[in-house]
Design a protein. Sequence first.
Length: 249
Amino acid sequence: MDRLKGKRALITGGTTGIGLETARRFLEEGARVAITGRNPATLEAARRDLGDGVLAIQSDAAEAAAQQELAAAVQHEFTALDILFLNAGIAELRPLDRWDEPAFDRSFATNVKGPFFLVQALLPVFANPASIVVNGSVNAHIGMPNTTVYAATKGALLSMVRTLSGELIGRGIRVNAVSPGPVSTPLYGKLGFTDAELKNVAASIQSQVPAGRFANPGEIAAAVVFLASGEAAFTVGSELLIDGGMSNI
């Protein structure tokens, strides 16, 4: 349980779901951990859950300027950074005719612009070697209705995994991605559905998963730990689909 012993890690969107569980696993593996969140209440709840040793930083993943501030805070606390898990993101599911420009811009700002500028801001902070793990999505690979913008943001992120892996490997920074299928997290509860609608949506999505269920956050976190660790030292520019076979049908 010491695969990340002594490593310094930053997890964006580390207050719930995959991010929170990954923070827990990183701690169990011996890492020092910083998490971010936009909501002060959920950020404090996560800090209490994980323990006082965790650095909790309020930060908006959608604001480019905030990424410089976040990088400075991490450098001040850790001096250097060994692991970055780009997990913060939003999922807005709408039919094409219900999208407007502010919603479109909000999705791309949170899911693409913010992560890009955070990596840029952290360039002088990364240790050598270091690992970046990006949270993608199976939606970048399948044509699920109502996911046009969400899937496009994740497709952009996965493209950056490939290009940045080639650009940064010379600095000793590996870039890889996990792309989950449906996961039992609070994300679905933020989509604006009623309880009845949410139940129907969940049943519809589950019917498309050959494994017949949603993943649990720990199954994704385990993959992130692997990619962040020395066990994945020769894994560069890769995407690990964890989707219960969803992308194969």
